[in-house]
Design a protein around this ligand. Structure first.
Ligand SMILES: O=C(CO)[C@@H](O)[C@H](O)COP(=O)(O)O
Length: 245
């Protein structure tokens, strides 16, 4: 077990423990939704150390090569944003460098997920973006699901490809070519949702393509659907007693 370097305030240590529990729980969602097999995939969440997200933040992620039924809050590992292990008894996920790169370069991102879900990974194998032909895609992705470059695991290559692809995109998901989906969110739960949704739309559009040509949605309609879903859907109505409280 590594020992936390001196200087982390108790509030940060408490946040780390809460994040370990959140990340461990969210890992169970990947096999639950059929997004991974064996030890494939991983989930992480940022731990903000200062008053706002920054380079001194930490991340909590799964240990490498451990099956999902063995993952517990205590088995989660803590790394800095260089991917260096700060606390944990096992080596961090082999995708830690990619997650850390995303957190370093996209401060608004609080959660990252990677899976090898079948249909999204099949689109990644073809290097083809999933076209935005469903209102559900307009809602969640604001357009096509983009493809990122082929990149070998183990250094900043995957992370750089994720950031370069998503930095100017509304999509929270990128299909890394020949590899599989990576998703981002304001927290790990949002990134897990994006991982579930990208597999769902990849499957639906694949099936549609088997039956014939898909029908595009006008960009103005995509924009309208995206704006509604992101800013209205699921929000508290303003004319109820609860909203007055
Ligand atoms: O994509 C890869 C390897 O190509 C990884 O996502 C593995 O699928 C999971 O690795 P660990 O998180 O267990 O190190």
């Amino acid at each position: 077990m590594t020992v936390f370097p001196q200087g982390y305030p108790q509030a940060v240590l408490d946040q780390i423990e809460r994040t370990r529990a959140v990340v461990a729980t969210l890992h169970a969602e990947l096999p639950r939704w059929g997004l991974v097999v064996w030890t494939a995939g991983n989930v992480s969440q940022r731990v903000v150390v200062g008053s706002e997200p920054g380079p001194d933040d930490l991340l909590v992620i799964k240990p490498s090569g451990v099956t999902y039924d063995e993952l517990t809050p205590e088995s989660m590992v803590v790394c800095d944003l260089d991917g260096t292990l700060v606390d944990g008894t096992r080596s961090p996920s082999s995708d830690t460098a990619a997650h850390a790169y995303v957190y370093r370069h996209l401060p608004h991102v609080g959660g990252v997920v990677h899976t090898h879900s079948t249909y999204a990974t099949a689109w990644a194998a073809r290097g083809e973006p999933v076209p935005c032909v469903l209102t559900m895609m307009a809602d969640e992705f604001g357009g096509d699901v983009p493809v990122g470059p082929f990149a070998l695991i183990g250094d900043d290559s995957i992370g750089r490809g994720i950031v370069e692809t998503l930095r100017d995109s509304r999509s929270p998901a990128v299909l890394m070519r020949n590899h599989g989906p990576f998703t981002i969110g304001t927290d790990a739960k949002a990134a897990v949702k994006a991982a579930v949704m990208v597999e769902e739309v990849a499957r639906t559009v694949h099936i549609a393509r088997q039956l014939g040509d898909t029908v595009p949605i006008a960009q103005s309609d995509i924009d309208s659907l995206y704006a509604r879903y992101q800013h209205v859907y699921g929000q508290q109505p303003t004319n109820t007693p609860e909203s007055d409280s």
